[in-house]
Design a protein around this ligand. Structure first.
Ligand SMILES: *Cc1c(COP(=O)(O)O)cnc(C)c1O
Length: 375
């Protein structure tokens, strides 16, 4: 049996080595390392794939979120609503920009931001919502977009874990994660569903004005070279990463299918164990399983994780501490116990190996051992 890893990028590379190597060699031969034709080509292909009118590539997913918020013209003290159960980057950029992160609880089943939580958190200072499509399925975007319209709020989707997930609205229209709100952000961190071999990210929007503004923000605040209209940042996807991503994009649907197949295997194996809750599903969204995350009930989660490691099965805790309990984000408005669902999830979640190369032998070994350990 091949060694079990959380993510197996080596095996994935072996299948597409010829295309990846060719792309990298072309960039080196052309010496167009920054803003080369590979970047433009990849952006166009990603526009076609996602249906977004504009794709703007940037240095990483965190930059994508920061640039998105910088383009909205928010003022210090404006409130931005995010879930408390997420990766830190979601709230970090809000805090860095002098905006006020307002955190809300999540839904126990989908682990995504609670719409009721958002509704209660809206104040006259609220300017934007940043829903996170956690672990690969969209948040309840129908309700979130309706709330945003009612209160005149921007929606910036954190789609870093959900590229390729599809959301179907009640009127029958289907949109991809990241193309539903005013702006969507994604990450090409190597382990993400569409990962490069370094850092990378992208921003999606259908709004021409926001697109121009975000390109300028990412380029030192200039629309015209050496004319700086406002304070911006420097954030770019380099051509080598673009070439790698362009070689991988045609495989993304197959990669998603492989992840879904592994998830179905897990779902079936764990369906009848009282201590294991498999991931709940958001009914209007497909799930691209960036992570396959169990909730373990009345079990010593950390002991399970150790015993799995001893048997050669890695497992990770995403995320062990909700935002409102992080040292850097302590705020007199929030106390332990304020967001009980997120706190309960942080104490009971366990993510199993999930990637594009899991085979039946590995899946059988993982599920058999999880069931043996948990009993
Ligand atoms: C990965 C990730 C980010 C940040 O992406 P980087 O490319 O690592 O900066 C932001 N939000 C979420 C939910 C993520 O998973």
């Amino acid at each position: 049996m091949r060694k079990i890893q959380m993510v197996d990028l080596q095996t994935q590379y072996q299948h597409i080595k010829a295309d990846i190597d060719k792309g990298i060699e072309e960039v080196i031969a052309s010496a167009a390392f920054i803003k080369g034709p590979k970047v433009t080509a990849f952006q166009e292909h990603l526009e076609q794939y996602t249906g977004a009118k504009h794709v703007i590539t940037v240095g990483n997913g965190t930059d994508a979120l920061q640039i998105a918020l910088m383009a909205l013209g928010l003022q210090p003290g404006d409130e931005v609503i995010t879930p408390t159960f997420t990766f830190i980057a979601t709230a970090e950029v809000v805090a860095l920009l002098g905006l006020t992160p307002v955190v809300v609880d999540v839904d126990w089943e989908t682990m995504n931001i609670s719409v009721e939580g958002i509704r209660k958190a809206i104040t006259p200072k609220t300017k934007a919502i940043v829903p996170v499509h956690l672990f690969g399925q969209c948040a309840n975007m129908e309700a979130i977009m309706t709330l945003a319209r009612e209160h005149n709020l921007f929606v910036v989707e954190d789609a870093c874990q959900a590229i390729g997930a599809k959301y179907t609205f009640r009127d029958g229209t289907t949109k991809q994660a990241g193309t539903i709100g005013h702006i969507g952000c994604t990450s090409f961190f190597p382990s993400k569903n569409l990962g490069c071999y370094g850092d990378g990210g992208a921003i999606f929007t259908n709004d021409d004005e926001l697109a121009e503004k975000m390109k300028a923000v990412a380029n030192h605040g200039c629309f015209v070279r050496y004319h700086h209209d406002f304070v911006g940042v420097n954030s770019r996807l380099d051509s080598i990463q673009a070439a790698i991503l362009d070689a991988k994009l045609p495989h993304l649907d197959a990669y998603i299918a492989n992840r879904q197949r592994a998830a179905t295997y897990y779902d079936k194996a764990f369906a009848h164990n009282a201590h294991i809750l498999t991931p709940g599903r958001e009914k209007s969204s497909t799930h691209v399983y960036h992570q396959y995350t169990l909730r373990l009930i009345d079990v010593d989660r950390d002991a399970v994780r150790e015993e799995l490691a001893a048997r050669g099965i890695p497992a990770m805790i995403y995320y062990p501490i909700p935002l409102h309990l992080q040292k850097a984000y302590q705020d007199p408005r929030y106390l332990p116990g304020d967001f009980p669902v997120a706190e309960k999830l942080a104490a009971c979640v366990l993510s199993l190996p999930m990637h594009t190369e899991l085979d039946d032998e590995q899946l059988e070994y993982i599920t058999r051992n999880v069931l043996e350990i948990i009993g």
